[in-house]
Write a protein that binds this ligand. Structure first.
Ligand code: PAF
Length: 323
């Protein structure tokens, strides 16, 4: 049954949160999950950046609300309203959470950066790598940039409805830094989100996630199968070849990641998310651009720079891009 929550959550954990202005950019499955959970937290003033507002030619829009719906993995459904960001909310933001595909994220941040105060932190939530590198130098020197990796499952059957299909976790850390102290907004996010963890060294985690995506995403997309299917024995030679190349490239970047570990972790995630449609397969099915260039493509790019041969990963990028 559909419910409209009258009041925001008032559990003791939530009430301990520090008051925060958060703007979420991106209304895909993961962005929509963030919206629901942050909207429930009484310590958070939430607003959304829409695609039109993020265009460099758009000056301001009147403050409006967007009606959204959310289905919990326990089957409960809710409807709620979320404010749309305007120049003032952007300028007052403590945190901008960017939940866009890797190929759109840097452009959005570069476009709206002039509307942000220098004190606004930016949290990048995407698959693959290379977005941080594509941000303008001005943004990287003015703002603190953070990265978030997620294993939550979400599916968006319509533009305004998201289903939280599987409970996972959020791992966050300062991008390109080893930072022991959690960011000032982290405790508030921990109150609002399920399983949020601070990572002192997010780069190592990013590489582990990248390696898993390098295996699961292209194989599921090319074979049009759910994640669990690639644990079948016939995929093992290809998985081992991908893992060996990713391991070599990771080592060239100072990251220790054994090929055997990559195979084990990729198979474990494929098994744990057996009925999930990977994001790459979901993109192919919906005729959207995939993030393959930021996943296996990122490996190929670094391989060229390091003089490493990565035929399996190159072939996968070509084949997925041809779909
Ligand atoms: O991209 C995805 O779909 C996910 O990152 C993962 C871990 C492969 C699970 O589906």
């Amino acid at each position: 049954m559909s419910k409209t929550p009258e009041m925001k959550a008032s559990d003791p954990a939530t009430d301990k949160c520090k008051h925060l202005n958060i703007v979420v950019a991106g209304q895909g499955a993961i962005g929509s999950l963030w919206c629901w959970y942050l909207n429930q937290c009484s310590a958070v003033n939430l607003s959304l950046v829409t695609r039109a507002f993020s265009s460099p030619t758009c000056l301001a829009i009147p403050t409006l609300k967007k009606q959204l719906s959310f289905s919990h993995y326990n089957g409960q459904g809710y409807q709620y309203n979320c404010l749309l960001a305007d120049d003032e909310t952007l300028n007052n933001a403590d945190l901008l959470v960017v939940c866009l595909k890797s190929y759109d994220a840097a452009q959005l941040v570069n476009n709206i950066a002039s509307k942000l105060a220098p004190t606004t932190d930016i949290l990048l939530v995407h698959n693959g790598m290379g977005v941080y590198e594509a941000l303008s130098t001005g943004i990287k020197t003015t703002h603190n940039i953070y990265t978030c990796l997620t294993t939550h499952g979400a599916f968006r059957p319509t533009k305004s409805h998201v289903i939280h299909t599987g409970l996972g976790s959020f791992d966050m850390g300062r991008h390109a830094f080893v930072q022991n102290e959690p960011a000032p907004w982290f405790n508030a996010l921990k109150c609002a989100l399920s399983n949020a963890h601070w990572q002192t060294d997010i780069k190592t985690k990013q590489w582990q996630k990248l390696a898993i995506n390098c295996v699961i995403n292209p194989l599921t997309a090319l074979n049009n199968v759910c994640n669990g299917e690639i644990t079948q024995v016939q995929y093992l030679p290809q998985i081992s070849a991908i893992a060996k190349e990713v391991s070599e490239v990771a080592n060239s970047q100072g990251i220790t990641l054994e090929a055997n570990t990559i195979v084990e972790q990729a198979l474990a995630v494929a098994q744990a998310t057996a009925n999930n449609v990977s994001s790459t397969l979901a993109d192919v099915r919906a005729h959207r651009t995939t993030e393959i260039n930021a996943i296996n493509g990122y490996i190929c790019q670094l391989a060229i720079e390091a003089g490493i041969s990565v035929p399996s990963n190159s072939a996968l990028v070509e084949q997925v891009n041809a779909l």
